[in-house]
Design a protein around this ligand. Structure first.
Ligand code: ADP
Ligand code: MG
Length: 692
């Protein structure tokens, strides 16, 4: 495989544009993108035609506006290029109009009341900062998706708005430091965790098929306790799959870089090299799609659920985030001169204050039914938001507040600090229990679940940091003496926000207590977290930047809570179905077998203690399972009477979820007693360890 040759070969990227577009068109397009202007129709016609020719040469027949509705997935509706001619033939055509804007009768996408069904049309508009690409013989145009009133119906539009916000406020700060940068860009690297299970086994489990996670399953004799899977040798069949995924991602111009086995058996990770936030989000969505599609080819099922199996780790998606200038300076990298250091500290302060002030929205941005299983489960960060800075940086901040000298490596202080030590990744990256960790020159937000679109959390991070940077800029621009004002701002910000900094073990029970003392939020479930989006301070902040209007926020809360309820409802119904149709019948068959054997054994004068005892135990567990199933059915009935979505979500959490756990416990008890050939499903042991 010649990687440089295949890399980006399915992308209408810079190189292709330069080669295929007339010089003027290319220049005009570049300028349009740089200035963030709408695309002129004449220009679009030329580009569309070049795109079509390029795509058709590669066997493409269709095009689609590829967008990211609020389901968190991607959506597409394919149109072919064919246009009839008078002689009854067809020619392949693609117009500028079709490139720029698509009409979409999208009344079936969740809109949370934003688009009443009678006004079903939404439209999609090309985001020219993200290249068009070919996927499955289709030319895909990355687009934003809006209602006719201009309200965002997707994850991309708010993200693009938030990138503009962080650009503007960062530039205000940089100007004061005399920077000659023209633009500030948010960068993202999203590490993707996933499970691979054998497709044959998967197809025998209704729970995996309907819900993406196992709703039943007694623990296997072995779990992850030997820690032998993490970074372990990759099995041949898995390696072939990974190679295939890499190749397809490279063709799509995605910088797939790192792959390895993760902590849980059958769990793996793929990390790309970071890039501009909106491209990184597009790429992560594509990565998830390619992973799923390629699994089929290799006889696997790729599980992207946040918690496919109980008792072993779930999957997350660490979001690495930083800010850089168009000149390539990373603003979260401590510098080499006192001035650079002061600038770094100010950006650091902005992140710290933003995370402290907006813990609630950060937590809300990762809330889903699936992720609730991870957060606080001693495998992922707790539901409490805090920042890990590492001892070195914390020491420096302490020294600034106390006007003392920092005792660590090579620090001379002037405006509080002079030259900060460079933080090698190793000294800062070891705390895996922190939800928001500074890792040398970027922050790593570790709460997002594996299936989540990173669009949501990144939109939040960009906007909250932009908002604090603006507060800082307001204060500093007004100040008489910049140096003095800067020093006092940094000092005050450290003091006022120190409660959010925590370098210890986030998994410990003591931290939960300590966090409560510090007044930090601990929003344990989705129904508790999500409504925070609409708190007054958050509505004010998001609408100030035009990232989300109040209506857009309300619609999002409704969509997420509604999805939460539906997810739990499907899970509960699946559990009932499995118990009724498979688990109880399996128990009955085995009990009967034991009872018959006992009678026969007794007829030859044997005691039949084993048969009798086991049959009784299983029978009693089956009775219990039957009762718990009935309880769950009754509780589900009650859901129909609740009309308020927030109340309903809380009801699902407090009652349905609890009843599901009880049903599972007794059914898993049966599984651990029933003979293998009587059990209707592949076991945890088989699912997790039998892939050779
Ligand atoms: P680890 O698992 O140790 O956190 P990985 O190599 O798996 O490290 O992932 C780190 C991710 O962070 C990669 O996607 C990498 O490209 C990304 N990254 C590195 N530097 C930056 C940066 N300045 N801004 C954003 N992301 C970054
Ligand atoms: Mg990693």
């Amino acid at each position: 495989m010649n990687v440089p040759e295949i890399f980006g070969s399915d992308v209408f990227n810079e190189a292709v544009m330069r080669e295929r577009l007339p010089k003027d068109t290319y220049k005009a397009l570049k300028k349009t993108i740089a200035d963030g202007l709408p695309l002129d129709i004449e220009l679009a016609n030329v580009i569309a035609n070049a795109m079509k020719d390029w795509a058709c040469e590669k066997g493409v027949t269709h095009y689609t506006h590829w967008f990211q509705p609020m389901t968190g997935l991607t959506a597409e509706k394919l149109d072919s290029f064919i246009t009839p001619t008078e002689e009854g033939h067809v020619i392949m055509e693609f117009s500028g109009k079709e490139l720029i804007k698509g009409e979409s009768d999208a009344s079936s996408f969740p809109s949370g009341g934003l688009r009443a069904t009678f006004e079903a049309r939404g439209y999609t508009a090309w985001d020219p900062t993200s290249y068009a690409f070919i996927k499955e013989n289709t030319l895909c145009i990355p687009t934003a998706f809006c209602s006719y009133n201009g309200e965002a119906l997707d994850k991309k539009t708010p993200l693009l708005r938030s990138m503009e916000a962080i650009n503007k406020s960062s530039m205000r700060i940089l100007k004061m430091f005399g920077s000659n940068a023209k633009r500030v860009i948010a960068n993202v690297g999203a590490e993707q965790e996933y499970f691979l299970v054998d497709r044959q086994m998967y197809s025998k489990r209704k729970d995996l098929i309907f819900t993406g996670r196992s709703l039943y399953g007694a623990p296997a004799p072995k779990g992850q306790e030997l820690e032998d899977h993490y970074f372990g040798t990759i099995k041949t069949r898995v390696a072939a799959y990974m190679k295939d995924v890499d190749e397809q991602l490279w063709r799509l111009g995605i910088y797939a870089k790192t792959k390895h086995n993760e902590v849980a058996p059958s769990q793996h990770e793929l990390a790309p090299i970071f890039c501009t936030a909106n491209i990184a989000v597009d790429h992560n969505q594509l990565t998830m799609e390619v992973m799923k599609r390629t699994a089929r080819k290799h006889g696997f099922k790729c599980l992207l659920h946040e918690k496919p199996f109980a008792g072993i780790n779930g999957s997350g998606k660490h979001n690495n985030w930083s800010l850089s200038t168009n000149t390539g300076v990373n603003l979260l990298d401590p510098g080499k001169t006192p001035a650079e250091n002061a600038q770094f500290l100010l950006f650091l302060m902005a992140v710290i204050k933003a995370v402290n002030d907006y813990q609630d929205v950060l937590r809300a941005s990762v809330a889903t039914a699936g992720n609730d299983h991870r957060l606080g489960a001693n495998e992922a960060p707790p539901a409490i938001i805090s920042i890990f800075l590492g001892d070195e940086l914390t020491g420096i901040l302490d020294a600034i507040v106390n006007e003392g000298k920092y005792e660590g490596k090579r620090v001379e202080m002037e405006i509080g600090v002079d030259v900060l030590p460079h933080f090698p990744k190793d000294t800062t990256d070891r705390n895996r229990t922190s939800p928001f960790a500074f890792t040398g020159n970027k922050f790593e937000f570790r709460m997002p679940g594996s299936r989540l679109s990173v669009g949501g959390p990144i939109t939040v991070i960009n906007t909250i940091v932009a908002s604090v940077l603006d507060e800082f800029a307001d204060e500093l621009e007004r100040a008489g003496n910049f140096q003095v004002a800067l020093r006092s701002l940094i000092k005050r910000t450290i003091k006022e926000n120190s409660r959010i900094i925590f370098n210890g073990n986030g998994y410990s029970a003591e931290w939960e207590k300590e966090a409560e003392k510090r007044g930090l939020l601990n929003l344990k479930s989705t129904p508790k977290a999500v409504p925070c989006f609409c708190a007054e301070k958050n509505v004010r902040m998001f609408s100030k930047y035009g990232v989300y209007s109040e209506t857009e926020l309300r619609s999002r809360v409704e969509i997420i809570l509604d999805e939460y309820c539906k997810t739990l409802n499907i899970e509960a119904l699946t559990m009932i179905d499995m118990a009724k149709k498979d688990i109880l019948p399996a128990a009955a068959t085995y009990i009967r077998k034991l009872a018959e054997t006992a009678q026969l054994a007794k007829s030859i004068g044997a005691e039949a203690e084993f048969e009798t005892d086991l049959a009784k135990r299983i029978s009693s567990l089956a009775d219990q399972t039957y009762r718990k199933m009935g309880d769950l059915e009754e509780i589900l009935e009650k859901c129909h009477k609740i009309t308020d979505v927030e109340e309903l979500a809380n009801f699902y959490h407090d009652n349905v979820f609890a009843a599901m756990a009880e049903l599972r416990a007794s059914a898993d008890g049966i599984e651990s007693l029933v003979g293998a050939k009587y059990w209707p499903y592949p076991t945890y042991g088989e699912l997790l360890f039998y892939v050779m």
